[in-house]
Design a protein around this ligand. Sequence first.
Ligand SMILES: NC(=O)c1ccc[n+]([C@@H]2O[C@H](COP(=O)([O-])OP(=O)(O)OC[C@H]3O[C@@H](n4cnc5c(N)ncnc54)[C@H](OP(=O)(O)O)[C@@H]3O)[C@@H](O)[C@H]2O)c1
Length: 272
Amino acid sequence: MVFNASRLLGKTVLVTGSSAGIGRATAILFAKAGSNVILLARRAEALEEVKQACIDVHQASKLSHGGQFAAIPFDVSDRVAINGIFDKIPANLRDIDILVNNAGYVVGREHVGDLDESVVEGMFATNVLGLISLTNLFVKGNPDFKSRGKGHIINLGSVAGREPYAGGSIYTATKHAVNAFTASMMRELINTPIRVTEVQPGMVETEFSLVRFKGDAAAAKAVYAGIEPLTGEDIAEEIVWAASRPPHVNIAETLIFPVNQASATVFYRAPS
Ligand SMILES: NC(=O)c1ccc[n+]([C@@H]2O[C@H](COP(=O)([O-])OP(=O)(O)OC[C@H]3O[C@@H](n4cnc5c(N)ncnc54)[C@H](OP(=O)(O)O)[C@@H]3O)[C@@H](O)[C@H]2O)c1
């Protein structure tokens, strides 16, 4: 288990997009650290599988803290539903300490002129507007971080939130928006104990590229040719590490690359 994770014992964490990839690995690592976890994503069956994995690692850990899990099928792009989210969370898990805004995706590599409006709207609704609505609710909803004088918001940004690239205009726009929102929020919450973190991964091999290439497994695999990419577990360790710092320490940003990546577009690929 990672460095002083005892600070996470009995904490309650909500992870959006926890049916796969980074969110799945993050939920399981929090479960292993003795936290309670609320899992949110659209695919109910996949969420149940992750919930069982959380139960299994928690039991194996033999920790007496944590071990409470809930799988809630939920679409974070449905902002009306977000307002009723606390009603869906079991009463024993409503005292949430950490919100991990991880749900997000990209579809396609189309350039401007060929953009599909519904795809653009879907990405903004999930990656940006859902994240903002959920965060707004947690900071000043009921129950909320502000009146309870605690809370940690961890947003999944990306190297794409620091650096635009051709074929990623909408995705990079959404992640730049996450970056601006997160950094502004940190300033707005300066007089509170609420912590704000942005985790910015480079290339992580998850279902991300499969979604980007609309299920084309060969195209998705080619993204990682000649490179050892990061895994969901690598990013989960960063998230859990940030959450397990002492209460006076705020990890504002972390940028994480595979060792052969240096920017959104600069890689070294080993010859095959
Ligand atoms: N992989 C990378 O290279 C990379 C790099 C930088 C940043 N990121 C960011 O990391 C985050 C996680 O990505 P990943 O790599 O783990 O991708 P992934 O394996 O495709 O997982 C994405 C997760 O988001 C969920 N999701 C998507 N739309 C949703 C919605 N409307 N409502 C609720 N859940 C939704 C998906 O579940 P359902 O389909 O079941 O809803 C899934 O659990 C994203 O924000 C992504 O932008 C990824």
